[in-house]
Write a protein that binds this ligand. Structure first.
Ligand SMILES: Nc1ncnc2c1ncn2[C@@H]1O[C@H](COP(=O)(O)OP(=O)(O)O)[C@@H](O)[C@H]1O
Ligand SMILES: [Mg+2]
Length: 334
């Protein structure tokens, strides 16, 4: 085995996100997709980030790697990764090394992002070469182990082109590519959204198994509270580019403080209950350009809104151990 793999570094790494802001600069104006986000990602745990489409989840995830694509720009803040430093200010060489090697990213719809012209095995080799892995055979061996663990015929998959694999298989290949370099942090952006229920369940089980086995610091992005409730240790709820609430998952599920979180939990479809108990949230997510508003971003959709909610923005503050919320009505139980 190559030395790199013998010296497996399994120290879990935490991440401290401070005041992180990202804007997309478009001809019609700046879109503040992530606005002053503060958050700690616990080492060796699964943190779910949940919110509706357009709430800024993918942008936040890309900002953690300092990889926001144009016309996006990181406007400020820091992303301190244990043992690495601030991803937003470290030099290019170390940042490139950190990506892939220490922090792995499974893109949204990654089952479509494999190179269609290269066999999976060649792509593993490409990845190894781009990170200066000396022993490519050991790397292939690691890829086989991971694919096997995910219930795939590893030899067959490594010889395949993407079009020869099903959506569920491609997604697992994407996860394998993210993990094969033994990263300690993995960011999964909607890893199961494009999959059928069966593949979804098996991909989530794989994520959980590998996370437990390797004590990975895992960031799981989803628009589905059910997925996060099943898998995560912590959850952060995003709304219109800001955090509405965050905390340990059991605590947030049992005592959601933000009306938006309460709505998301009510919307979890229950296998056992009548379907109509899953109440969809009313209203549309706001246009992010509407962030000029001075009041609470959720006010227009909020069942607990009072006139003062439209006047100023509630502070995002602690309401218990590791439990944070931005809402004026936390203590009002009507
Ligand atoms: N390439 C882009 N150009 C302009 N605006 C963008 C771009 N990508 C995302 N946005 C804006 O940022 C917001 C957040 O997007 P995104 O981070 O993809 O949200 P999510 O992952 O929660 O669906 C979107 O509502 C969109 O308006
Ligand atoms: Mg997204």
């Amino acid at each position: 085995m190559a030395q790199e793999f013998e010296a497996l570094d399994i120290r879990p790494r935490g991440i401290q996100i401070s005041n992180l802001s990202v804007s997309y600069q478009t001809q019609t104006g700046d879109i503040p997709a992530v606005n002053g986000v503060n958050m700690s990602i616990a080492p060796g745990k699964i943190t779910g980030i949940i919110g509706e489409s357009g709430s800024g989840k993918s942008t936040l995830a890309m900002a953690l790697m300092n990889a926001v694509p144009r016309p996006g720009r990181i406007m400020g803040g820091s992303v301190m990764v244990d043992g690495i430093g601030d991803m937003l200010t470290i030099d290019k060489k170390n940042r490139r090394k950190a990506r892939g090697r220490h922090i792995a990213f499974v893109f949204q719809a990654s089952q479509n992002s494999l190179n269609p012209l290269r066999r999976v095995g060649s792509q593993v080799m490409d990845l190894g070469r781009s990170h200066n892995v000396k022993d490519l055979r050991a790397l292939i061996q690691r890829a086989k182990e991971l694919l096997g663990q995910m219930g795939l015929d590893a030899d067959r998959v490594l010889m395949s082109y993407q079009h020869e694999l099903s959506g569920g298989m491609r997604q697992r290949v994407g996860i394998m590519l993210a993990l094969v370099l033994d990263a300690q942090v993995v960011i999964l952006d909607e890893p199961t959204t494009a999959l059928d229920m069966i593949s979804q369940a098996s991909v989530l089980e794989i994520v959980r198994n590998i996370q437990e086995e390797r004590r990975l610091t895992t960031i799981l992005i989803s628009h589905d509270m059910g997925v996060v409730a099943d898998l995560a240790d912590y959850v952060a709820v995003m709304y219109a580019g800001e955090l509405a609430e965050a905390g340990p998952i059991e605590e947030v599920l049992a005592h959601p403080l933000h009306p938006y979180t309460q709505g998301l939990i009510k919307a979890i479809p229950r296998v056992t209950g009548p379907l109509d108990q899953a109440v969809a949230l009313a209203g549309q997510p706001p246009d992010l350009r509407a962030l000029q508003v001075s009041g609470c971003l959720f006010a227009s959709r909020c069942p607990k809104r009072v006139p003062s909610c439209e006047e100023s923005r509630p502070q995002y503050e602690a309401r218990g151990v590791d439990h944070y919320v931005a809402c004026f009505r936390v203590n009002d139980h009507d």
